[in-house]
Ligand binder design. Sequence first.
Ligand SMILES: C[S@@+](CC[C@H](N)C(=O)[O-])C[C@H]1O[C@@H](n2cnc3c(N)ncnc32)[C@H](O)[C@@H]1O
Length: 317
Amino acid sequence: MGAFDSLLAGLKAVAEPTRLRLLCICARGEFTVSEIQEIVGQSQPRVSRHLKLLCNAGLLVRHREQHWVYYRVAHRGPGAELARTLLTTMPATDPQFELDRRRLESVLDRRAEAARELVEANGLDHGVARLDDEAGVDVQVLRYLGGDPIGELLDIGTGGGRMLRLLGQKAERAVGIDISRAMLMLARSNLHTAGLDHLSVRHGNMYQMRFPDQSFDTVTIDQVLFQAEQPGEVLREAARVLRPGGRLLLLEFVTDTTYDLWETEADDLAAIDEQRIAEWFQEAGLRGIKSRRFPGQPFPVVLTVARRLDEDGEAAA
Ligand SMILES: C[S@@+](CC[C@H](N)C(=O)[O-])C[C@H]1O[C@@H](n2cnc3c(N)ncnc32)[C@H](O)[C@@H]1O
């Protein structure tokens, strides 16, 4: 379809009251059909039909996560530009949009509550060590990555989306993956609260990600490897999706010889050997390693940054 035809298709698709409302709703994050149904107060077949038309015109995109299908505004492709333009012209004080917004907020509040309950029920909020000065570490993460553009960002094992919240605003595109549906619900809710509706999270396994080779400029892995059975394999997979010259940032609990595991009750906590980090980075083709240690409870945390070798086997400066 040419540019003229796709503009016409987009305009036709959106020139209907419910579909205009759906566009506004899906600009506020990712929603399932039943959530959208609740917001607009229409039957499921009607809502599905409207969503399908908007997707066909490229204004919305959908993705499946287990039993759910999520809809959001397209960020790229033929309808994305039109969607962006239309969204900037929406009246701020329209009573219908205002009602949709209020219902949307209550859907999101319930989602946040459900995410917290799921995280708690699965015991996912326990057994994780803590940084002494999280804000101080965040400053260093920004400093280490700040020199170059973040570009397209992937956060592996995103959990509640901490790295996405820290770096997402500076990224061209940012996506987080996690294997836990409870954590994905929590991340979606946290991103919405932080006003980062343009970021997304996806279900995914860090050992076998669905992204093609060389898809990202920056990859972050924050406090994930200490629970991994094969940390070296995770780093190899992370390096695979990095573009040549792209950067990997790792934040990880490391073993501390001054710390006696038996003196604490935290016997379900784990940390990795700092020496091994450099070896795994080397094996994954990551070079120019810089690292720094921060105090944490009960283990210290090491921040490591390195670059994927470029096509000539050189690490970019
Ligand atoms: C300790 S949390 C860290 C979360 C987040 N990065 C942070 O720093 O707040 C570890 C996360 O890794 C996720 N995870 C564990 N195994 C995974 C796998 N195979 N693939 C993707 N994510 C995984 C867990 O579900 C969990 O959300």
